[in-house]
Design a protein around this ligand. Structure first.
Ligand SMILES: [Fe+2]
Length: 288
């Protein structure tokens, strides 16, 4: 009879039950996930109480997710999984990825702006920042008509959707590259910010004695038909948390050169992006 006999037989029976999955990729992924999950339960000798706690955590991150915050994405970020997926799928020839995790705050359809326009839509005190760069293809040719979508936290460390003091879509904007692949926009220097700690992820961070503060950065999503969508972040090179990003987004290639101007009254950032050939596929926005 094909019934459970020992703890090990549970894995065999589970794998057998799933083995007829017609979708080959689903069959492979679920079999691997199941093997690793069972190994994890056995390796840690997971107790019933810990199992209950883990299920509560998963329910909790779902319940803490809404229009303003995606706690599930945050959990994946804090476990390093989002960065791992980004790096694994976007290697460059030097072996270091120019991509970074999407994060929980991207919104689709940010306003399409004219070159040089400011994305500070409501009064946003801070150090004025001029951002310029060139988008190139993998052969080094400039890409005209690429869309550079930028979003960032304000100088107080909040995204507009977290902050009633900011106008809708503040510090978000999309810019089209010109014939030379160039883009330019104005903004204010972003500040580092703590990831949200008011949900189950905050409890976990505290239990692990990890600080929640991300180094200051600007998010970019660069797209053009015929190329893979580049999702990345550019970090402030003078941030004290560059080496302890709670979501592990910082790679050498993504540290931007923020040049002070007029003393420290203003700053510039010049950063180029390279697109890989491929299908232009956008992610699902974590928040509406
Ligand atoms: Fe961010």
């Amino acid at each position: 009879m094909n019934i459970v006999t020992t703890p090990d037989s549970v894995l065999e029976m589970t794998l057998a039950a799933m083995s007829r999955t017609p979708d080959e990729r689903l069959r492979t992924v679920m079999a691997s996930l199941t093997r690793h999950l069972h190994a994890f339960v056995q390796e840690t000798r997971l107790t019933e109480e810990e199992f209950e706690h883990a299920l509560d955590f998963i329910v909790g991150i779902g319940q803490a997710t809404g229009d303003k915050k995606n706690e599930v994405v945050l959990a994946a970020d804090l476990l390093g999984v989002s960065t791992l997926v980004a790096l694994q799928n976007n290697q460059d020839p030097q072996g270091e990825s120019p991509a970074a995790l999407l994060g929980p705050f991207w919104r689709a359809n940010a306003p399409l702006c004219t070159p040089g326009e400011s994305i500070a839509r409501s009064t946003t005190p801070g150090v004025p920042l001029d951002v310029t760069g060139v988008v190139r293809d993998s052969a080094g040719r400039p890409v005209a008509g690429a869309i550079v979508d930028a979003w960032q936290a304000s100088p107080v460390g909040l995204y507009e959707n977290q902050d009633p003091a900011q106008q809708d879509m503040n510090l978000r904007g999309r810019f089209e590259t010109d014939a030379d692949g160039r883009f330019r926009f104005r903004t204010v220097r972003p500040a580092g910010y703590p990831v949200p700690v008011d949900g189950p992820c905050g409890v976990l961070l505290q239990a692990q004695q990890r600080h929640p503060n991300r180094p200051a950065h600007i998010h970019f999503m660069v797209s053009k038909p015929g190329h893979k969508v580049l999702i990345t972040q550019v970090f402030a090179d003078d941030d004290e948390n560059l080496e302890s990003d709670p979501v592990f987004g910082v790679t050498r290639r993504l540290i931007g050169r923020f040049q002070p101007q007029q003393g420290n009254a203003a700053a510039t950032l010049e950063h180029d992006f390279v697109l890989e050939p491929g299908e232009m596929k956008f992610p699902r926005p974590p928040i509406p």
